[in-house]
Write a protein that binds this ligand. Structure first.
Ligand SMILES: Cc1cc2nc3c(=O)[nH]c(=O)nc-3n(C[C@H](O)[C@H](O)[C@H](O)COP(=O)(O)OP(=O)(O)OC[C@H]3O[C@@H](n4cnc5c(N)ncnc54)[C@H](O)[C@@H]3O)c2cc1C
Length: 428
């Protein structure tokens, strides 16, 4: 953190009402609602817009996914699965103190009380996001959005039974996942192999092609809403005066604004260190493989339950994605993880791959210890809002998050209570 005055004045020409740090889906939807409220926005992105986790993800809008990752028994069962080589999770051995602190914190949330709390909170933001996405897609569909539900495909009876328990937990929220016998599932989704046990249909869920959504938002915000995009511009530090952020110091100079939104995904914690703030958000690396559509392409996304791998059909392609690797901020492609994804697909899908290959991709999910995003004013610098930690749900929660950010900046009553998303729920 730098006190203003020490580095000279910030050029007037670089001023805007609001600076958003991070050009991922969270930053873009924040800009979308802020400009709707009449604000002048600048987005600062260290690489290119959409180059973080928002590019090659599976594109599911899983409004029914209320269950957080931290549930009773998760740590024990994932450890056993890791030892057996069957877990999507991998943790790089070594001394990484923030990671071990994060994992410990995650473990403290693996109990009934936290799980039920989290389900209620997630339900609120997911309902808000669903309504806002419905409104958004009522006006345009720039990203191959399809409302076909999501299949949970269970290979064996144990998986079917285990998911049955998830279904029971979701029922009080009015989320009806339809059970599908093996025959029903095969009839509805002929792309699935015949040696499965059965599955479920989440009919309230849908999917889209995330890179198309990102590109659309970028062009729309730039041309229609005059949002200024600063790409290849790395935010390094803040200038602060009297507990107010005045500006950001970047690799391309200094920018000032009245309000700041930190929407830097998995990297948000690195930026906040400059303000002496620590958050339990760690990078959870995931992978995807995008191909042309195979001959027998799924009609709707298929979540291969025991393998935690998703096959998403797009109108213009097909994607396999999954795995969760805690290995710091490195973005190298680990071929073993890609092979694991392909093996899962071979196990469940009749024609698991399409030709040619379009992209092999990896990025970092912003994993928050309690699997609830942080959408909150900073405790001291009240003109800054943090919107990060959306984990595996950042696309799904993007509209709700953007709307809440805008309402908080504009000091309006928020669409849902924001107390559960506050940063101070963790001891800082
Ligand atoms: C394999 C995989 C599959 C997934 N599938 C789904 C799914 O089906 N549905 C779903 O809802 N979610 C899914 N997710 C999760 C989702 O992709 C993320 O939650 C979401 O993209 C997070 O968006 P974000 O904008 O917060 O972060 P990001 O998209 O990562 O954006 C943050 C941006 O901030 C920039 N930045 C960082 N530091 C700085 C700095 N100092 N200065 C300037 N800019 C900076 C980064 O470059 C980046 O572009 C998946 C993720 C993965 C990896």
């Amino acid at each position: 953190m730098v006190q203003t005055g020490k580095k000279g004045d910030i050029s007037q020409g670089q001023s805007s009402d609001i600076i958003i740090i991070g050009g991922g889906i969270t930053g873009l939807f924040s800009a979308y609602y802020l400009t709707m409220a009449g604000k002048k926005v600048r987005i600062i992105e260290k690489d290119l817009v959409g180059s973080g986790a928002s590019h090659g993800n599976c594109g599911l809008l899983v409004f029914s996914d209320l269950l957080p990752l931290c549930t009773p028994g998760t740590v024990q069962s994932e450890l056993v699965r890791m030892i057996k080589g069957k877990s999507p999770l991998s943790i790089k051995p070594g001394i990484n103190i923030p990671l071990w602190k994060f994992l410990y914190k995650f473990w403290t949330y693996c109990n009934e009380k936290s799980m039920h709390h989290s389900m209620g909170v997630r339900n609120e933001i997911l309902n808000l996001s669903r309504e806002l996405f419905e409104d958004f897609f009522g006006k345009q569909n720039p990203c191959e959005w399809e409302d076909k539900g999501v299949f949970i495909v269970c290979k064996d009876k144990d998986g079917l039974k285990k998911y049955g328990k998830v279904k029971e937990l979701l029922e009080p929220f009015g989320i009806g996942h339809r059970f599908l016998s093996k025959e029903e599932l095969l009839e509805r989704e002929p792309a699935v192999k015949s040696d499965i046990a059965g599955g479920y249909l989440h009919s309230a869920d849908s999917h889209l092609k995330p890179d198309l959504l990102i590109n659309y938002l970028k062009v729309y915000l730039k041309t229609e809403k005059k949002v200024v995009f600063e790409e290849n511009c790395h935010v390094k530090d803040f200038s602060v005066k009297n507990n107010k952020i005045k500006g950001v110091y970047t690799s391309r100079g200094e920018f000032k604004a009245d309000h700041f939104v930190i929407a830097a995904g998995a990297w948000s914690g690195l930026i906040l260190k400059n303000l002496g703030i620590s958050i339990p958000v760690e990078p959870g690396k995931g992978y995807s493989i995008t191909m042309e559509r195979p001959g027998i392409c799924p009609k709707a996304p298929c979540y291969m339950y025991e393998s935690n791998v998703v096959a998403t059909p797009f109108q213009t392609g097909y994607r396999l994605g999954g795995t969760m690797e805690f290995s710091g901020f490195n973005l190298s492609l680990n071929r073993k993880r890609l092979i694991k994804i392909k093996e899962a697909a071979k196990n469940y899908m009749k024609e698991p791959f399409g030709e040619p290959l379009i992209e092999e991709w990896t990025s970092l999910r912003p994993m928050c210890a309690d699997d609830i995003p942080i959408i909150s004013r900073l405790p001291e610098q009240h003109n800054a809002i943090l919107a990060a930690g959306h984990g595996m749900m950042g696309i799904t929660m993007a509209t709700g998050t953007g709307k809440l950010v805008s309402e908080m900046v504009c000091e309006q009553e928020t669409s849902i209570g924001v107390e559960p998303f506050r940063i101070t729920r963790f001891s800082l």
